[in-house]
Design a protein around this ligand. Structure first.
Ligand SMILES: Nc1nc2c(ncn2[C@@H]2O[C@H](COP(=O)(O)OP(=O)(O)O)[C@@H](O)[C@H]2O)c(=O)[nH]1
Ligand SMILES: [Mg+2]
Length: 329
C-alpha cells in the first residue's frame, strides 16, 4: 500500500498526509468558480420520531440540493412522513428535492447502496436517521471534499469529536477494529465504524460496494484505500439516538466488520469494472415511490428556516422543476 493512501486527520483543520498528496489538492480559489450540488442519503428503518427531528433540519439546510431517503418498509409512519416531504419538495422553492425509495429491510448496507446509486448530485453525504448525527456538521465535511479529498469520514475521537451513544463494549470493539484496520491498510484512522461519511459522486463508482449490513462503513473505508482515493477524517460529535433502539448487534456486526476488512485485504486489487454502488450482491427490488395517499404533512415552518426569510435559491427551483419534469419522484 503506498503512502499516498494515508488519511489526513482533520480535527477542524485538514493536514495532508506527510505531504503525500498535497500536490493533488484543488486550488480553492480556482475551484470557487464551480458550483457543486449535494445529496444527503439517509437510510430509515422505523425512525418516524427521529425523522421528525432530522427532516426539517435537512429540508432547511442550505448546503443540500437533494435528500434521498431509503426506507426499509417501516411500519411506524416513517414512509408517510418522508413521502409528505417528497410531495412538498415538488413545488420549486428554497429547499432540496426529497426522493423516497422503499426496499425490503435487508440491512443498512443494502439501503446505502441503493441510496448512493440513486443520488444525482456531485457530492454525497451519508448520515443515519436516528438524529445522532447533526446536519450542522455538513459544512466541515463538504469543505474537505471541495478541497480535493474524495472520501471524508467522520471520527468521534480526537479533538472536537465525541460520542454520547457508544456503549463501553462498542467503544472497545471499535478501538480494536480500528487498530487492526490501520495495521492491515497502513492508515492512521481513529474511527472505523462510523456512518457519517461524505464522498464525491465520481468516487462512489470506484468503491465496488457489496455489503448489505453494518459492515458497509468498513467496506467503504477499506475500498477507498484500495481504490487509491484521497481520504480525510473530520471530527464529529455523535449524540445519543433520540428515540428507539439501535438495530446493531455488537457481536454479530463486529464479526462481520472483522471478516470484511480481513477478506478485502487479501482479495487482490479492487476490480473497478465491477464497481459501482449497485454492484455486487443483488439488491432487493426497490420501489421509487411517488408520494401518493399521504397521512402526514410537512410542518409549515421548519425550525430555523422561516420560508419568507429564506434566500432565493434559483438552483433549487430549477432542480425541483427538472426532477419533477422527468418524473423522478
Ligand atoms: N432502509 C434501512 N435502513 C436501516 C436498516 N437497518 C438500519 N437502518 C438504518 O441505518 C441507520 C443506522 O442504524 P442504527 O440502528 O442507528 O445503528 P447504530 O447507529 O449503529 O446504532 C439508521 O438510520 C437505521 O434506521 C435496514 O435494514 N434498512
Ligand atoms: Mg445510530
Amino acid at each position: 500500500m503506498s503512502s499516498s493512501n494515508r488519511t489526513a486527520h482533520a480535527g477542524g483543520v485538514p493536514r495532508t498526509a506527510a505531504g503525500a498528496h498535497s500536490d493533488n489538492l484543488v486550488n480553492l480559489t480556482e475551484h470557487g468558480r464551480r458550483w457543486r450540488t449535494v445529496t444527503a442519503v439517509v437510510p430509515t428503518l422505523n425512525e418516524r420520531e427521529n425523522l421528525e427531528w432530522l427532516l426539517p433540519r435537512l429540508y432547511a439546510n442550505e448546503e443540500l440540493d437533494e435528500i434521498v431517503i431509503v426506507d426499509g418498509e417501516s411500519s411506524d409512519g416513517t414512509r408517510e412522513l418522508a413521502a409528505a416531504y417528497a410531495q412538498d419538495s415538488l413545488v420549486p422553492g428554497p429547499h432540496p428535492v426529497v426522493r423516497l425509495i422503499s426496499q425490503p429491510p435487508r440491512g443498512k448496507g443494502a439501503a446505502m447502496r441503493e441510496g448512493l446509486a440513486a443520488a444525482t448530485c456531485d457530492m454525497i453525504i451519508m448520515l443515519d436517521a436516528d438524529g445522532s448525527m447533526d446536519p450542522e456538521e455538513f459544512g466541515a465535511f463538504l469543505a474537505l471534499l471541495r478541497r480535493g479529498y474524495q472520501f471524508v469520514k467522520g471520527t468521534r475521537y480526537g479533538c472536537g469529536g465525541g460520542s454520547d451513544d457508544l456503549t463501553g463494549l462498542r467503544r472497545l470493539g471499535n478501538r480494536a477494529l480500528t487498530w487492526l484496520a490501520n495495521r492491515l491498510y497502513r492508515q492512521h484512522w481513529t474511527d472505523l465504524c462510523y456512518g457519517y461519511v461524505a464522498v464525491h459522486r465520481d468516487a462512489v463508482d470506484l468503491l465496488g460496494l457489496r455489503s448489505t449490513g453494518f459492515e458497509i462503513e468498513t467496506e467503504m473505508c477499506v475500498n477507498a484505500v484500495r481504490a487509491g482515493l484521497r481520504i480525510a477524517e473530520i471530527a464529529s460529535h455523535e449524540t445519543e439516538r433520540r428515540f428507539g433502539v439501535s438495530n446493531l448487534n455488537t457481536w454479530r456486526d463486529g464479526w462481520r466488520v472483522l471478516r470484511t476488512m480481513v477478506r478485502l485485504r487479501f482479495a487482490g486489487p479492487l476490480d473497478a469494472s465491477t464497481s459501482g454502488a449497485g454492484a455486487g450482491a443483488p439488491l432487493p427490488v426497490a420501489e421509487h415511490l411517488s408520494p401518493g395517499a399521504l397521512t402526514a404533512s410537512v410542518p409549515q415552518a421548519a425550525p430555523g428556516a422561516a420560508a419568507e426569510d429564506a434566500p432565493d435559491r434559483l438552483r433549487l427551483s430549477w432542480r425541483a422543476a427538472a426532477l419533477s419534469r422527468t418524473g423522478t419522484e
